[in-house]
Design a protein around this ligand. Structure first.
Ligand code: DC
Length: 341
């Protein structure tokens, strides 16, 4: 049976790159949210508002591997007062599902075209991103408890891969070795009272992954595309099966792009270092403030500048600077945002 999926996205400027990037974002979400393959797509009609060059969306579709579908690009007539700089798509797919089950995707400024659909299609998840020490995990646990959701700490999964490398003498500078080891790494997450335990090849490593060497190794392995593909797939499956508060670096931009609530937490680097020192002190682990701050700056650099899924603010995320705020204040602010969505 054939069904039709609608999509729309606004773009920031009339450039080839910008139209490609946004069209790919929209098509990827259409494919992911509806669980279809590129081969299932029969045809796509793209339309662009008159302020955009109309040929580019089709090129973006071909680049995504949509090769057999027939594509058509059309320029819209001008309608006074209507949304500008917008690419729309009507995607016809072959599927077992019914038309009423199709998820239509409206992104960025185009969300205002169909607020009813946008609200209905969101994943019941809270995505929290931010740099090391911004308070994500502490606050995410509290929010999960309050909402009755599970808490998934994706950093712990990268740490588990890093720990595996350390324990098995794999050089963390050697991507090829790490990629070769991936089939041997089995990570299981168990949720006990809503909190996550991390099991690496049968052993509980929940505490062991918290050391500085594991953090350093995590930051290295997190830059490898194959590692990310493996872990992101697990993370998406967790969110499919559970209502979740998930924290990390790319949750809002890559893992749960359709989350109902997206938060980006930030704080001054000195404050983040102080928080990390307090945590270490509480755990009785020796530390040196200058080392801690240096480590945080290095990890920020790795996380923000890597090629695959770098740490960045999702367009639709709410940014909270937690410098000088208590955990309780941050939690209340996020709960207010959640209630308003
Ligand atoms: O939040 P954390 O310190 O436990 O994260 C460990 C490392 O894993 C950190 O350097 C960034 C990386 N990471 C990532 O790249 N993507 C995520 N979603 C979560 C963590």
């Amino acid at each position: 049976m054939n069904c039709c999926i609608r999509g729309a996205v606004t773009v920031e400027e009339n450039s080839k790159e910008c139209i490609w990037e946004n069209t790919k974002l929209m098509l990827n979400q259409i494919i992911n949210e509806n669980n279809i393959n590129t081969d299932d797509i029969i045809s796509i009609i793209f339309t662009c508002t008159r302020d955009l060059d109309t040929a580019y969306p089709a090129v973006a579709a071909r680049e995504l591997g949509i090769v057999d579908a027939s594509l058509m690009c059309v320029q819209e007539l001008y309608v006074k007062g209507s949304l500008e700089m917008c690419v729309r798509a009507s995607v016809t797919v072959e599927t077992e599902k019914k038309q009423k089950d199709m998820k239509h995707i409206y992104l960025k400024g185009a969300q205002k075209l169909r607020p009813d659909i946008v609200k209905k299609s969101k994943t019941e998840a809270v995505a929290i991103d931010g740099p090391a020490g911004s308070g994500k995990s502490t606050v995410a646990k509290l929010i999960a408890k309050e909402l009755g959701y599970i808490y998934a700490d994706t950093g712990a999964m990268y740490r588990a891969v890093g720990l595996y490398c350390i324990k098995n003498g794999i050089d963390i500078e050697n991507d090829t070795e790490i990629i070769k080891a991936l089939p041997l790494i089995n990570i299981d997450l168990e949720f006990v009272n809503g909190l996550q335990k991390i099991i690496l090849n049968g052993s509980d490593v929940t505490d062991e992954i918290r050391t500085q060497p594991a953090a350093r190794a995590a930051s290295k392995v997190a830059a490898i595309s194959e590692v990310r593909v493996m872990l992101v797939d697990m993370q998406k499956k967790i969110a499919e099966k559970n209502k979740v508060v998930m924290d990390g670096r790319d949750i809002g931009t890559n893992v749960l792009t359709n989350a109902r609530v997206k938060i980006y937490l930030d704080a001054a680097v000195e404050e983040r270092a102080k928080r990390r020192c307090n945590e270490l002190k509480e755990k009785g682990i020796a530390f040196d403030y200058d080392n801690v701050i240096e480590e945080i700056v290095k990890r920020d650099e790795n996380d923000k500048n890597r090629k695959v899924n770098p740490l960045k603010i999702a367009d639709d995320a709410e940014v909270i600077d937690t410098t000088g705020m208590t955990i309780e204040q941050v939690k209340n602010k996020i709960m207010d945002i959640i209630r308003s969505k």
